[in-house]
Design a protein around this ligand. Structure first.
Ligand SMILES: Cc1cc2nc3c(=O)[nH]c(=O)nc-3n(C[C@H](O)[C@H](O)[C@H](O)COP(=O)(O)OP(=O)(O)OC[C@H]3O[C@@H](n4cnc5c(N)ncnc54)[C@H](O)[C@@H]3O)c2cc1C
Length: 469
């Protein structure tokens, strides 16, 4: 066993994610054999594409549906994420309220609460073992300023549908009964979150969708999306409806370079912790844990007793590029290791077994959208800003309703049909994101050092300038 959070002798950087090391990388399904025609062509085999196919096929078994996937289903963020099946909405609620009113945001929030249970229901129904366990979500403050931010957010969330039952305040002692985080001074707890093994979920869902009769073509890169047509290297696919489900990879599609910024998120996972470390940490449940730093870290205790921790680390690559099969950028490992050591000093004696990166989609207003343009037949969903695991399910159901022209509550949720301006050209894009996260790092350092309950002005200004809040 390695010590002091060093890389173990079996350490791997990339190879998609630790979650695939756990279950094994899949063999590829056959590529598109040539030009063809279907009713619905879905571009991207992540959770957005798969959930859309699932609900479409369940409602209309005769529909001919094809999923076109560049690598393999679950290769993207859906197979690399932190495993938070969480009801937190993608984006700042007040943004949706501005265009659709508070009542519609409350509806979105209730739909998110229900979507966590819907995913769990489908996993049980379809026999998918994704290591799901619904023990809730903890947001932990480790400085007075983080505590003040968390406390301030509670009445804000109450307004948008979070009742006393949905969101509770924990003082440091109450938090320690669940999990001991170094320096914790308070936390919020919500029961609406489950731990999942991301690769098991997405691969399990792909197998189910395929059994339902959906064609999944892997190793099939889409180069262009046009009305009623998808262009691939293997041939064209004609379709009444074309669904764009590429999230963080959207920038790779012709004409979409500045639609959603591909934001990096990276993770590390430890070796299994020895029993004495778990005795010190507690954490007997499967609560998901996030800190309240501006540079946010998210964690899960895995089923086999490891800690998986993620954060932004190096947030963006110039020119909207992304990683090579999950390989992290220089500096990422050290940043994540420092966050882990800060939150869980009892884990310091173990080694790190794996690190990986992925991309998620960030729209210019940091809010997600789902839509279908009836004239062109082109639909889309994404821009979940790091809250995609549950949102993809809600988005998939919504897209199915839009395609089938069903007049449901989902198709009037405030994220439906949302159009947002594009990101700036480079180098402004790169400078803005780099500046934002440098400001966050400086703000976190300052808040830790000062012990003040007031949030650092640098972070507030950075949020405003970047359009994040
Ligand atoms: C490290 C990390 C941690 C995260 N943690 C969480 C979390 O804990 N909870 C949460 O809610 N959200 C989290 N997210 C975000 C969440 O995982 C995503 O928002 C969600 O999985 C997006 O699903 P998707 O299907 O839209 O996109 P993806 O899963 O990225 O799928 C897109 C697919 O399109 C394919 N593709 C790319 N280009 C092409 C092309 N040209 N042609 C055909 N196919 C193509 C890709 O290979 C990929 O399979 C995290 C993201 C990352 C990267």
């Amino acid at each position: 066993m390695a010590s002091s959070l060093e890389k173990t002798s079996t350490f791997i950087d990339g190879e998609v994610s630790y979650w695939y090391r756990d279950i094994g990388l899949p063999a590829l399904r056959p590529a598109l054999p040539g030009a063809t025609s279907v009713d619905v062509a879905i571009v991207g085999g992540g959770l957005t594409g798969l959930w859309t196919a699932y609900y479409l096929k369940a409602a209309a078994p005769d529909l001919r549906i094809a999923i076109l996937e560049k690598e393999f289903a679950g290769f993207g963020a859906s197979g690399r994420n932190g495993g938070w099946l969480s009801a937190e909405p993608p984006g700042e609620p007040s943004r949706y309220a501005k265009t659709h009113g508070i009542g519609s945001v409350v509806r979105l929030q209730k739909a998110m609460f229900a979507a966590v249970d819907e995913v769990i229901r489908i996993l049980e129904l379809e026999g998918i073992d994704a290591q799901v366990r619904k023990d809730g979500l903890l947001h932990v403050a480790t400085t007075p300023s983080q505590r003040a931010r968390l406390a301030k957010r509670m009445p804000h969330l109450r307004m948008y549908g979070w009742s006393e039952r949905d969101l509770q305040w924990l003082d440091a002692a109450e938090l320690a009964e669940r999990v001991k985080i170094a320096g914790a001074v308070g936390a919020t707890y919500s029961p609406h979150c489950a731990r999942i093994q991301p690769a098991s979920l997405v691969r399990g869902l792909a197998a189910v969708v395929e059994r339902m009769g959906v064609a999944i073509y892997e190793g099939t890169e889409v180069t262009e999306v046009q009305p009623s047509r998808v262009v691939t290297r293997q041939g064209r696919v004609r379709a009444d409806f074309v669904i764009r489900a590429l999230e963080g990879f959207t920038a790779g599609l012709k004409g979409f370079k500045r639609t959603w910024l591909p934001m990096n998120s990276s993770m590390i996972v430890t070796e299994p912790l020895p029993a004495r470390a778990w005795d010190e940490i507690g954490w007997e449940g499967a609560e998901l844990v996030g800190d309240e730093a501006h540079g946010f870290a998210y964690c899960q205790r895995t089923r086999d007793g490891r800690i998986a921790l993620g954060g932004r680390a190096v947030p963006y690559r110039y020119g909207s590029r992304w990683d090579e099969r999950g390989q992290t950028m220089s500096g990422t490992f050290d940043q994540l290791r420092a966050q882990l050591a800060r939150l869980f000093p009892s884990a310091k004696a173990v080694g790190i077994e794996h690190a990986w990166a992925g991309v998620l989609g960030v729209p210019r207003d940091w809010c997600a959208s789902v839509g279908l343009d009836r004239d062109s037949g082109i639909g889309w969903a994404g821009g979940y800003v790091g809250h995609g695991v549950t949102s993809t399910n809600l988005a998939g159901r919504t897209l199915a309703d839009l395609v089938l022209e069903r007049d449901t509550d989902l198709v009037t949720l405030p994220w439906v049909g949302r159009r947002v301006r594009q990101w700036e050209m480079e180098p402004v894009r790169w400078l803005a994101v780099r500046g934002l996260y440098l400001a966050y790092a400086a703000a976190d350092r300052r808040e830790r050092a000062s012990g003040s309950a007031t949030s650092s002005l640098i972070a507030t200004v950075a949020d405003r300038v970047s359009g994040r809040r």
